[in-house]
Design a binder for this molecule. Structure first.
Ligand SMILES: Cc1ncc(COP(=O)(O)O)c(C=O)c1O
Length: 411
């Protein structure tokens, strides 16, 4: 028998409703290989004590595992150890910047610029903080046909009053790559900082945050084959040093007196309370797993699968693809679509009867779906991971016509 990547992912090897499970929802959460599960198991079996707190052997092992994991994750994204803060997920990372950094720069009359396609985790914090400090929230409207941000939007929206430009590297609905270099250059030209939400790009491409020159970046472990409950905020050291802590409590403290406290430097300053040791170890193992498969192999495999998926969706009768239908323009991980006249929840439920797991709804991107004006103001989304195969894509395409038949709408 030949080795398949999916063999490393025991959860994928099961039947659902009498069919082979076809998991096409990795953009929501990707599954974990045995290498990650084993590393977490090993941490709790061999160490499992509180990191940074004890002098006995088990505690030292936990400390080494936790700090060692940070070093591994930092190097995976081209960052320094001190710039890599463990959080619960990308949402918490983005909230940390919003609550801790934004008050240092937002004033009445200033503005924050984000694409209309942002996930709520990179949108609602800016609405709330913007309102609190009298800053305007401005949107970069994407081209409805291509899903791209036109240069004119960047030129018009980012101005001398812009303090923050926050954007996804890859939108969780549109799937294309946003023009990072242009956005960074436009922000720099007016002295604004940039925040990159790389939750959707990180499992699909090699990132070097220093080279990309963003000021902050956020991602989640559970979208890159790691466990749930661990994420990362990257921040340039000088900015992290300026920022006050977001949460207070154990392990971020240098010294506490009755009325005053000194905090540790970053990253500890932003990690109050007992750390997620198992999560950090699992995330580090996930980065090693990705590297063991290799970026070149991942990119070739995923690009071919995505092309097959988008071509297949385009040629399926009564299916409308959302965003770019140009298969020459790379899409990363996600393909959103609708089966005409069928609510996406019905489509996803019917596909589940055939063992096919896709996501359906508004994808935490309500403003984008309203702006795109798609049927039902919602859509289906198939998303790919390292373990998906051509057979998985073909299973979706095979069962898709069943959706309208089951709804008595014909082919
Ligand atoms: C682009 C993007 N940003 C942020 C998030 C939030 O991730 P989490 O739920 O892990 O905080 C998601 C989740 O789907 C996402 O797709």
């Amino acid at each position: 028998m030949t080795y398949k990547i999916s063999d490393d992912f025991p959860v994928l090897n099961q039947m659902v409703n009498g069919h082979r499970l076809v998991y096409l929802d990795s953009a929501a959460t990707s599954m974990r290989p045995v290498q990650v599960l084993g590393a977490i198991d090993e941490f709790y079996k061999r160490a499992g004590a509180n990191p940074h707190r004890g002098l006995y052997d088990l505690a030292q092992r936990s400390t080494e595992a936790y700090d060692g994991s940070r070093a591994v994750v930092a190097s995976f994204v081209g960052a320094d150890f001190e710039e890599t803060i463990f959080t619960r997920n990308a949402s918490e990372s983005l909230n940390l910047v919003a609550y801790s950094y934004a008050p240092l720069v937002l004033t009445k009359g200033s503005n924050i610029v984000i694409p209309i396609s942002e996930h709520h985790s990179n949108l609602v914090p800016w609405q709330v903080l913007g309102r609190q400090y009298g800053a305007q929230l401005r949107y970069l409207y994407v081209d409805r046909r291509t899903g791209e941000i036109p240069d004119s939007e960047i030129e018009q929206k980012i101005d001398k009053n812009t303090k923050i430009v926050a954007f996804a590297h890859v939108s969780n609905v549109l799937g294309g790559l946003f023009p990072l270099a242009k956005l960074v250059a436009a922000a720099k030209a007016v002295g604004a900082i940039t925040i990159l939400d790389c939750a959707q790009s990180i499992p699909h491409m090699k990132l070097d945050l220093h080279a990309l020159d963003v000021d902050f970046a956020a991602f989640s472990g559970h979208k890159m084959y790691g466990p749930m409950g661990i994420g990362v905020l990257y921040g340039k050291r000088k900015l992290l040093e300026q920022m006050p802590p977001f949460l207070f409590g154990g392990d971020m403290i240098e010294d506490v007196r009755e009325q005053e406290t000194d905090f540790l430097p970053p990253p500890s300053k932003f990690e109050a309370g007992t750390q997620n040791g198992g999560g950090a170890v699992g995330l580090a193992a996930a980065t090693k797993y990705i590297e063991s498969v290799g970026w070149a192999a991942i990119e070739v495999h995923e690009r071919a699968l995505m092309r097959r998926l988008v071509e297949g969706l385009k040629s399926t009768k009564n299916v409308t693809v959302i965003g770019s239908t140009d298969t020459a323009a790379p899409r990363y991980g996600v393909a959103a679509f609708n089966v005409n006249e069928v609510h996406p929840h019905d489509a996803a439920t019917i596909l589940n009867d055939f063992g096919v797991a896709i996501r359906a709804g508004k994808h935490c991107a309500h403003p984008l779906l309203s702006y795109l004006d798609v049927e039902f103001n919602a859509c289906c989304r198939a998303s790919l991971g390292i373990y998906n195969t051509a057979e998985d894509v073909d299973a979706l395409l095979e069962y898709l016509p069943e959706v309208r038949r089951r709804m008595n709408l014909g082919d």
